[in-house]
Design a protein around this ligand. Structure first.
Ligand code: RFL
Ligand code: PHB
Length: 393
């Protein structure tokens, strides 16, 4: 077994782990990142598309803002479609000037990976059997296997940035953790295509067949989703079937502008709300999807991961610069307060816009009333907009 020492051992090289690693590196704090898969595998995952201003600012602070500012699309609003009606949510006016940035998670991750490679910091990809140890004591360490050789990384802290199915949270004994979960009876079937977007802004559509979302990655690349059965399979959907179903769920006047093409990625994501508390276990922290999951309807997952990183980095910087543990002691409470707001918002957007197969006629009327209120009340829209652009850190 080889032995190595670092200050912070980060498990997971998704956006949480990479962003934390970069902020630590810039502050002169040494961190090693371990991931169970490789760089190309991570970059092939098509996920988030919308960055809050706070997330974009944090990426800029980390030194990876340049391409994002050049290629990212500033959106002042989005649209909600209902039947053949289309209503604009004017984020900028409703929030006193705030906007969001459309820039894909794949690009965020690529920028962070390139920056890390250029900085010379250690990242171990394709690390097998990654396991955190002794985080309840004063000398934690992480073990892994690479190319048949066992390794051990001794550290001051472990950051569990390893996503929902990671090893960090599952290494915590049941008695030390509380979980809260809602699993939705549907998923999202997503398609990426090299065709211009249907509209200049995102369209969230509510339709009797189910929810649909028209999003984008650039002026020439679109991302579309339709609500599907949770047990459905990608193989059941040809591109033509997908385009036909999407078109049906959109107002006629915008469906006419749908530019279809071959899908370059097609996948189904289940929808879930999940929180595990606390987010600190001795000398191990959980960060991002490792600690919480939201349904993608509110575009909050990556943004909550970024606010976790902000709070944790603040705490670690204070610990190393001033030898005060106040910031790391406050991490779990600060992060969870913001997470629960994201959980509530994502749940309410999901509840308002999807077709719930088990809803009775009462539930259906309540849902229709909720949407009607949203589309007619400036106060309701202001609350939606405040949450969508991101609550303050
Ligand atoms: P990730 O991205 O899952 O990265 C975790 C990393 O940990 C590695 N790993 C391990 N490494 C070592 N040992 C183990 N045992 C390990 N187990 C796992 C994995 O290989 C991986 O590299 O978590 P992270 O960094 O916390 O980032 C979270 C975000 O990825 C996620 O919240 C967002 O993608 C959610 N999300 C969205 N968020 C937004 O803010 N805005 C959006 O518009 C948005 N849209 C979406 C989304 C997620 C979606 N899907 C598919 C779930 C749209 C979709 C469809
Ligand atoms: C996306 O572009 O992938 C996307 C955008 C907004 C969401 C979810 C996903 O709410």
């Amino acid at each position: 077994m080889t032995r190595h020492r670092t200050q912070v051992c980060i498990i997971g090289s998704g956006p949480s782990g990479l962003l934390l690693g970069q902020l630590l590196h810039n502050a002169g704090i040494d961190a090693v990142i371990l991931d169970r898969v490789g760089r190309e595998y991570i970059l092939a995952r098509i996920r988030a598309g919308v960055l809050e201003t706070g997330t974009a600012d944090l990426l800029e602070t980390a030194g990876v803002g340049e391409r994002m500012r050049r290629e990212g699309l500033v959106h002042d609003g989005f649209e909600i479609a209902h039947g053949d009606a289309l209503h604009r949510i004017d984020l900028k006016t409703l929030t006193g000037g705030r906007t969001v940035l459309v820039y894909g998670q794949t690009e965020v991750t690529r920028d962070l990976m390139d920056k890390r490679a250029a900085s010379g910091a250690t990242t171990i990809y394709d690390a097998g059997d990654v396991e955190p140890h002794d985080f309840e004591g004063s000398s934690p360490f992480v073990t892994y296997v690479k190319d048949g050789v066992s390794h051990r990384v001794d550290c001051d802290f472990i950051a569990g940035c390893d996503g929902f199915h990671g090893v960090s949270r599952s290494s915590v004994p049941d008695r030390a953790i509380s979980t809260f979960e809602k699993v939705y009876p549907f998923g999202w079937l997503g398609v990426l295509t090299d065709r211009p977007p249907i509209r200049d802004e995102l369209v969230y559509a509510s339709h009797p067949h189910g929810f649909a979302l028209c999003s984008m990655r650039s002026a020439t690349r679109s991302r579309y989703y339709i609500q599907c059965d949770v047990n459905d399979r990608v193989e059941n959907w040809s591109d033509d079937q997908f385009w036909a179903e999407l078109r049906q769920r959109l107002p006629v006047k915008i469906a006419e502008n749908l530019k279809t093409g071959p899908s370059i990625e097609k996948s189904i994501a289940p929808l879930r709300s999940f929180v595990s508390e606390p987010m600190r276990f001795g000398r191990m922290f959980t960060v991002g999807d490792a600690a919480h999951i939201v349904p993608p309807t509110g575009a909050k997952g990556l943004n909550l991961a970024a606010s976790d990183v902000h709070y944790l980095f603040d705490g670690l910087r204070e610990y190393y610069a001033e030898t005060s543990s106040a910031g790391i002691d406050a991490y779990s409470g600060r992060a969870l307060a913001r997470v629960w707001n994201g959980i509530r918002f994502s749940w309410s957007m999901t509840r308002m816009l999807h077709r719930f197969p088990d809803d009775d006629p009462f539930d259906q009327r309540i849902q229709a009333t909720e949407l009607g209120h949203m589309l007619s009340s400036k106060n309701a829209q202001a609350s939606l907009a405040e949450n969508y652009v991101g609550l303050p850190y």
